[in-house]
Design a protein around this ligand. Sequence first.
Ligand code: NAD
Ligand code: TYD
Length: 350
Amino acid sequence: MKKILITGGAGFIGSHVVRRFITSHPEYHIVNLDKLTYAGNLLNLKDVEHKPNYRFIKGDIVDAAFIDQLFKTEKFDSVIHLAAESHVDRSISNPLDFVMTNVVGTVNLLNASLKNWKGAYGEHRFYHVSTDEVYGSLGEKGLFTETSAYDPHSPYSASKASSDHFVRSYQDTYGLNTVISNCSNNYGSHHFPEKLIPLAINNIRQNNPIPVYGKGENIRDWLWVEDHARAIDVIFHQAKAGSTFNVGGHNEWTNIDLIRLLCHIMDLKLNRPEGSSEKLITYVTDRAGHDLRYAIDSNKLQKELGWAPSLQFEEGLGKTVDWYLANTDWLNNVTSGNYQFYYQEQYSDR
Ligand code: NAD
Ligand code: TYD
């Protein structure tokens, strides 16, 4: 039975990837390594935690000695690496946390893979999950392709760009079998309510202001998180060593149009008069260095590996709202304690 290490499996995307691999690949033993930061939550995997082909290990990828020992004892066959600090606003307040986890943590995993797989790199795979934000910002036209130049603007995207470069360098220098995918903004269940969509859902349900940065004209390309997990499955199994794939939804929305759609859906679901949620929209000070537009060209993935997004945005957003309204305990749990402090710090002087 092959043993696959998934890092960051208690987070938003990681939990969907872990669930998919446990259930779709009973031939694998899945080990989920996660530090359980504010963004990691074992409740995200409650439905699958007792599966016989799954195990959780709490640990920090920044701790090189721990990672080295873990690889020695566990003898992983492959790695799917998602653990990261992932929120742009937090990276503006605390860039060093992003350097440590996203850059140093990734290099620790690469080093441990190199050491433990020596002489047999072809039989193992290091899959690094990354973001389209490494490409920087688009103007009104054009799409990011796999050959777009890296041009990160936030400490978050700079740290992810750096980790991508390290992964590629280990392929080129040492012959490690690596794959990288760069995905657009994900949405769906278990998304921590610091990011736009779950934050807005949580605020609307509580009749709190919906903070829209700047004029709300920035554009993001939204992908259903389960479509991303399926892309990771396909790429992990079929991509050539050293290759890169862009993953995206062909689904561009300005933030303000997205929020208006969400308000409309929430009014219907909460039986509120049409237009009542929109009254909560509040324009606030823009994010520093705010990228104008992200949009992905995922033709390579579609043509070479046959992947395509499955859900229309309206349907996916409706399902997402349903999940949050049915899981208010989850929301209340993750927004108690430190979240209040974070929210105060981020939004009080905007
Ligand atoms: P997330 O913040 O929800 O989850 C990150 C997980 O990593 C958490 O469970 C956290 O506990 C864990 N973690 C953080 N630091 C760690 C450390 N030092 N050691 C071990 N575990 C640690 O993030 P996400 O949105 O699920 O993103 C997952 C990955 O996908 C990231 O690499 C991110 O850059 C990438 N990505 C995210 C998006 C998106 O829209 N969210 C889009 C493209 C790519
Ligand atoms: P976010 O979900 O943080 O993802 P990213 O910055 O990685 O794309 O933000 C998505 C967009 O929404 C981005 O343009 C910033 C904007 N935004 C707001 O307008 N208000 C908010 O409260 C947040 C968190 C984000």
